[in-house]
Design a protein. Structure first.
Length: 229
């Protein structure tokens, strides 16, 4: 299993039994009958195997997710098996697939429309797959452009976007899962400190091309944020 997926699984037991989780579950149970009687988030997670209540529970989490990070984190944990499958089917040749898919899933969970019908889990995974495939196509086009016309480290629209952002804003995007630690380091060192991408890539054990791809993907997400407009 990929490191980010292992990390999420390793974190889950402490998340599920934390005092914050117990308080959240009490709040949700007061508002939603589907959560009544559950003792901890492990029980919420097990609901994904029960077709009688699974989607109702997922809908509750999705409604709370935009303003409740614990609800979003619980729904992300529920979706991990589906994300593992997407890594194997859509990202088997992409070393960044797991990081990218988890980031896209988190973003979608936190913006899931409360009025959307159907299976929450299926809808989120479908949206994540579509977005990931689109991003990979976009990257291939950009990569051709970079290779033929502009060096990867040269000035691009992302330079202007990053120039208008403060380090704390980029760090906040990292905390939200929109930028991976590797991409964050690449952005800070190359865009803000002026180091070469080749140096940063060598320090991290990646080729310059792979590091360029990771930075490009992260910057695409940063450009879409309200703070970068």
């Amino acid at each position: 299993m990929e490191p980010i997926l292992q990390m999420l699984d390793a974190q889950w037991p402490s998340v599920a039994t934390s005092p914050e989780a117990r308080r959240a579950l009490i709040r949700w149970a007061r508002e939603h009958e589907a959560m009544a009687g559950m003792c901890d988030l492990h029980e919420v997670l097990r609901c994904r195997r029960d077709p009688r209540v699974a989607n109702e529970v997922h809908q509750v989490l999705a409604r709370h997710a935009p303003t409740d990070q614990l609800a979003a984190r619980t729904l992300l944990q529920i979706l991990l098996p589906g994300l593992v499958r997407l890594v194997g089917t859509e990202g088997h040749d992409d070393p960044d697939a797991a990081d990218e898919l988890v980031s896209l899933a988190w973003e979608r969970i936190c913006t899931y429309p409360s009025t959307r019908t159907g299976s929450v889990a299926a809808n989120v995974l479908l949206d994540v797959r579509k977005r990931y495939v689109k991003l990979r196509k976009s990257y291939r086009v950009a990569s051709i452009h970079l290779n033929r016309e502009v060096p990867c480290a040269a000035s691009l629209p992302e330079d202007q976007v990053l120039a208008s952002m403060q380090l704390e804003e980029i760090l906040d995007a990292k905390r939200q899962g929109l930028v991976s630690p590797v991409a964050f380091e690449a952005i800070v060192r190359t865009r803000l400190r002026g180091e070469s991408l080749a140096t940063v890539a060598a320090d991290s054990g990646f080729t310059t091309e792979v590091m360029c791809q990771r930075r490009w993907r992260a910057e695409q997400r940063l450009r879409a944020l309200p703070l970068a407009s």
